[in-house]
Design a protein around this ligand. Sequence first.
Ligand code: GLN
Length: 478
Amino acid sequence: MELCDKSAMNLAALLRKGEVSSREITESVFRRIEEREKTLNAYITIVNEAALKQADQADERFRKRENLPLLAGIPLAVKDILCTKGIKTTCGSKILNNFVPTYNATAVDRALRDGAVIIGKTNMDEFGMGSSTENSIIGPTRNPVNTQLVAGGSSGGSAAATASGEAILALGTDTGGSIRQPSAFCGTVGLKPTYGRVSRYGVIAYASSLDQVGPIGRTVEDCAMLLNSIAGHDSLDSTSADLDKPDFLQALKKDVKGLKAGLPREYFIKGLDKGIKNKIDEAVKLLEKNGVEIIEISLPHTSYAVSVYYLIATAEASSNLARYDGVKYGFRSDNDIQDSIAMYEATRSEGFGKEVKRRIMLGTYVLSAGYYDAYYLKAQRIRAMIKKDFDKAFEDVDFIITPTTPCLPFKLGEKLSDPLQMYLVDIYTVSLNLSGLPGMSLNCGNINGLPVGMQIIGRAFDEEMVLRVGHGYEKITA
Ligand code: GLN
């Protein structure tokens, strides 16, 4: 097995025994990139030299027998939505094609503090808007499992890089499913933490009340390890929760026996792929055999989630994206421009892609004076009801199990002409962003070689439960 195919935890152990160096691991990742990146298109920017320098620095510290965090010397891919000091950060958009941040996002800063080796910036749908990375300015990432298929999105680059050995771990962001859905499609583990668990400082905003940064890895343990580095209060983000940070790896030591799992009736309905349903049923049976009590629950407002999500997300996006006007940074149209209004117009018309424009228009419309009450305010009310459904369910259960997606990874181009079809891929993931809850997708088998994702949902700030169940399931099926 190549080094780049090993888990982060495994590599961390080898590094500590002095059996491998971070340079060797990093070179192994670059060899894989050499082999596969032309096809996969998982990265927007790759930083070879800087990465090897970071690897050498980590090795130097290992040689001095410093007591280093587990992340030290491990290659990490970073979604191109997180600001990286001195490294171009495009958010998959033409409008930021020349943007080089002067600071790091907090999550990046913390990973670097712990000695991670940053390999590059991963491909994504423009501003996080999409479910397939087909909305990226550099074109789509292909699914490493089958390159005719999408890798999912918007963190498709991060998931594909992790799945293929082009990285060991990755950072993604999730506004409506963008960590969990590509993880389901590529067969990786992806965790969206509770809103407020990981700082959003330096994360280019899509929808600020929904966005969350989280880890993607090949095992639950690896996700827990990366979460240990990036989580915790940050005074630079006013929505960051001022709570003690648990040791998420410790949480994996407890088994699943005696826990209660909820299965929401409303998630197992027409439209869910039969094969996926069977795989989830099998996983549930296995958990039951291992001492988990299964309880049917109801989340009655589920059917509104996608509509509510697309009203709130587009409203917030229309406001957040108002800042890209060609004045301070990023792309500026060089058309023959007479005045500033014409400059804004030309810059935004040329700089944003089709889907981003669609959402800015929709968001501006739902926030407009005449329609605010009818759409935006109503959506906020139903959002509160969706959250209440979860609160009620969690009175009886410790965690909830659902499919991550209603369908298997689809063909490139298949849903591109029908935005509604694309939006429906998020049907099982958006409710968690609307409620702020943590959720993780992990692989629960394959259908004709294509990965199936199972979603585990926890109470707010109970990532420990989510990780514990996920790890428990991995052990049962190992
Ligand atoms: N696919 C969803 C959207 O387009 C979710 C994206 C995300 O989580 N960033 O909004």
